[in-house]
Structures are given as structure tokens and as C-alpha cells.
Design a binder for this molecule. Structure first.
Ligand SMILES: *Cc1c(COP(=O)(O)O)cnc(C)c1O
Length: 419
């Protein structure tokens, strides 16, 4: 046989996704398949919805995964609320702001953008003034911008959106499960997460939540429901005030009819991925949200301590840093890709490159979910030092791992935090 048994290398993954997965999640995935209307499966669906509500800190009825990678959740939410000609405001502070813009434009929105320099975020008052000025139906914004390692504060925008009758839609793919996210308190109308980042489940689902303000919009756009469309249905749909949602796969009104008590058939739910998400969420709730967010800050600090002790500089405004992604400036004259491949080939460690204006300027190190562990931080610091020395980079020798180790020792003495 030309093709051998599947055998993948064990890696230390320190990228902003996909990240390492707890062995418990991999074991959960190997459970036998059950049918999608089997009561044992619909129970799992309901449990996943319950646990997602806790993770999102919401009382919303609707919290379920869309099948597909994170952008499937983004596209589902946007295409279900955007009617052609709607005004959408997208504040952009990195690459994923452009993704939001692009998707909104495809669905016929009239998109207004404001931009700030990469490595910074907006004052919330700037966004609120813009909302006053252009009166959008929707404000779509990224929370944790993976491309720049920055996090946009969002707690003051929802109120303005409510007062101005706009919907606030948030891409929290890179932050959910790693940093605080209070959907109800921050008055976020719809939020999209991803599995392969801080939730530490394989890529392939996009957990979303939305409130009744969003539901009202999508219900008004519900397609005539008579099974297979007839010519007559089509004409009925075309003459309505609110056009029906132009995607079948991403039509949230249909997805909720499948996830809700009606259990109307839509797609075939991704059985094994749902097992994985259930276990991933169980692990998060066992750890506790607050403890989990603290753990991410704790190891981020160790990483930064080590990198700075090595003499490396971090990219971006420190005040706005996303705790789950650390951007490191590439020392002058060093070949960034050669460093990355030596890390992978010699140590089995993966870190990420970057995009657009930052390409070749920074590396991005993720500290997300199961990958965010002391042994990974210490291993990476030691390996990176050796690889940079091999490349002739002017770094402080013998400092990084020791500095991180001292940090851990001090912290262990000062607190009872056992992570
Ligand atoms: C990773 C990421 C996405 C896209 O996720 P996919 O799973 O690759 O579709 C979207 N937004 C942000 C902020 C991300 O970090």
C-alpha cells in the first residue's frame, strides 16, 4: 500500500490557531455516531447550548454552533441580518476588520469604515460619534484582532447602538474562552466565536449567540415555508418588504428551527465535532471562566517577561494588548521564515507569521486554551533563544527562560494559583 497509516507529528503549537487540543476532546470525538434526531443526540445539542450561554455570559435563547470554520458563523450572522442597501459601520484595526467589510459588501451593504493604525485600537467615543453621524443599521467589529495582537474595548458601544437602534455584531473568534466577554452586560446583539482558538477544539464549528433584536430582523426575512419552493412562493418572497435571506446554509432562521424545539431538518449536524465542542466546553466550565482568564494572563506575562529579557521588542500598544496573542518584532537582518522553519523542524514548535503591512516585520505567538501552559512557554523561550543565536541575532544570552522561570517561582510563592 502506497499510503501508510496516518501518523501526525506531535507539535507544540503556539500560533493564534489552530491550537493544541486537550486529549479529552480527542477521546470524546471517537465516540460512535448517533443519528441527528436521536434523543441522545438532541440532549447533547441542548447541553452544548446551555454551556455556550455560560461561556458567552448571556441569557439569550439562541446560542449554538454553525457548522464550518469561524467565518461561517460570521457569514451566517451577517447575511441573515443585512438587507441590500443597509448601512453598516465597520471600525477596522487589522486584517479581520477587512474580512467583515468584505462579507458585508457581498451581501449588498453600504459599508462605512473607519480605520486606526495597526497596533492600536479605537477610543470607544470615536466609534460612538461615528454611529451618531452615519446612523448605521449594524455595527460590525472585531474584539480580538489576531493580526495585530490588539483587543478593542467594547463595553461602551452597545448602549449607543441600542439608543440609535443599531445592532452590534462582534467577532470574538480569537478571544472567546481566553478573555472576558460579557454579551448581555456589554449589550452585544450578536457574537461569533471559533473553536480552534481559545476553546481548544479542532476547527470546524463557529459558536454564535444573538438576542431578540436580531431575531426580530431575521424572522421578518423568513422565507415562505412550504417545503420545496414553487413559482408562487418565489413571487410572494420577491414582493415582500424584507427580502428573504439569500443563503440556505447560513439562514439563521432555519438554523434556529433545527436547534430549537421545532427540530426542523436543515443540515446534518457535525456529530463528532459536536462531541468535541461539548467536551471542550465542559473543560472550560470545570476550570471556571475567571480562573481560565487569569491563566491566560498569567502565562502571557511569563512569555512577555522572557521575550523582553532576551532583548526582543513587542509590537503594538501595550495598553491594548490581546492577552492571547503576542506580537514580536523581528530583529533586523533576520530571515523570519528561516527562524520559523528551524523552530518547527528542530523543536516541533510552531509560531505564526503575519499579514499585510506587518508581513516580515513581526512574528505572532499564541497562548490560547490548551496550548497556554507553563511547559510550552518555557520550551518556546529556550528554543527561540537557540534558534535566534543560530541566526546571529543580537540577543541577551541565557536570560529568557530563567526570567520566565523566576516569574513562575515568584508567582507560585505569592499566590495559590495552581496553573
Ligand atoms: C481566526 C479568525 C477568524 C477566521 O476564522 P476561521 O476559522 O479561519 O474561519 C475570524 N476572525 C478572527 C478575529 C480570527 O482570529
Amino acid at each position: 500500500m502506497q499510503y501508510t497509516d496516518l501518523s501526525t507529528p506531535t507539535r507544540t503549537i503556539m500560533t493564534p490557531g489552530p491550537v493544541e487540543v486537550d486529549p479529552r476532546v480527542l477521546r470524546a470525538m471517537s465516540n460512535p455516531i448517533v443519528g441527528q434526531f436521536d434523543p441522545s443526540f438532541t440532549t447533547i445539542m441542548n447541553e452544548v447550548m446551555d454551556m455556550l450561554r455560560i461561556l458567552f455570559q448571556t441569557k439569550n435563547q439562541w446560542a449554538f454552533p454553525v457548522d464550518g470554520t469561524s467565518r461561517s458563523g460570521i457569514e451566517a450572522v451577517l447575511c441573515s441580518v443585512i438587507e441590500p442597501g443597509d448601512t453598516v459601520l465597520v471600525p477596522i484595526f487589522g486584517r479581520f476588520g477587512y474580512l467583515l467589510t468584505e462579507i458585508c459588501e457581498r451581501y449588498g451593504a453600504n459599508v462605512h469604515t473607519i480605520e486606526c493604525e495597526w497596533g492600536t485600537v479605537f477610543e470607544q467615543t470615536t466609534i460612538n460619534q461615528k454611529i451618531d453621524e452615519i446612523k448605521p443599521k449594524i455595527v460590525a467589529i472585531v474584539h480580538g484582532e489576531t493580526s495585530t495582537g490588539c483587543m478593542q474595548p467594547l463595553d461602551q458601544i452597545g448602549k449607543t447602538c441600542r439608543d440609535r437602534d443599531a445592532l452590534l455584531i462582534v467577532d470574538a473568534v480569537a478571544s472567546i474562552g481566553g478573555v472576558e466577554m460579557k454579551v448581555d452586560e456589554w449589550m452585544i446583539d450578536a457574537l461569533i466565536g471559533g473553536t480552534q482558538k481559545c476553546i481548544s477544539v479542532p476547527s470546524g464549528l463557529a459558536p454564535i449567540t444573538y438576542n431578540d433584536r436580531v431575531e426580530a430582523v431575521i424572522q421578518a426575512r423568513k422565507k415562505v415555508e412550504r417545503g420545496i419552493s414553487t413559482e408562487e412562493d418565489h413571487q410572494l418572497d420577491e414582493t415582500r418588504k424584507h427580502p428573504y435571506i439569500k443563503s440556505n446554509y447560513f439562514d439563521i432562521s432555519m438554523l434556529q428551527d433545527y436547534w430549537g424545539p421545532r427540530r426542523l431538518n436543515h443540515h446534518t449536524e457535525a456529530t463528532s465535532m459536536l462531541y468535541a465542542l461539548r467536551e471542550g466546553l465542559r473543560i472550560i466550565l470545570e476550570e471556571g471562566l475567571d480562573q481560565r482568564f487569569l491563566r491566560h494572563l498569567y502565562h502571557e506575562k511569563a512569555l512577555i517577561t522572557g521575550l523582553e529579557a532576551m532583548g526582543l521588542s513587542l509590537f503594538g500598544d501595550a495598553q491594548s494588548k490581546l492577552p492571547t496573542v503576542t506580537c514580536v518584532e523581528i530583529p533586523e537582518g533576520i530571515d523570519p521564515e528561516s527562524v520559523r522553519s528551524m523552530l518547527l523542524e528542530q523543536f516541533g514548535i510552531e509560531i505564526a507569521k503575519s499579514f499585510g503591512p506587518l508581513e516580515g516585520k513581526i512574528w505572532r505567538i499564541g497562548t490560547m486554551g490548551y496550548s497556554c501552559r507553563k511547559e510550552n512557554i518555557l520550551f518556546l523561550l529556550g528554543a527561540l533563544e537557540a534558534v535566534l543565536l543560530q541566526h546571529g541575532a543580537p540577543i541577551h544570552i541565557g536570560k529568557a527562560t530563567v526570567a520566565a522561570l523566576e516569574y513562575y517561582t515568584e508567582q507560585a510563592a505569592a499566590t495559590v494559583l495552581s496553573v
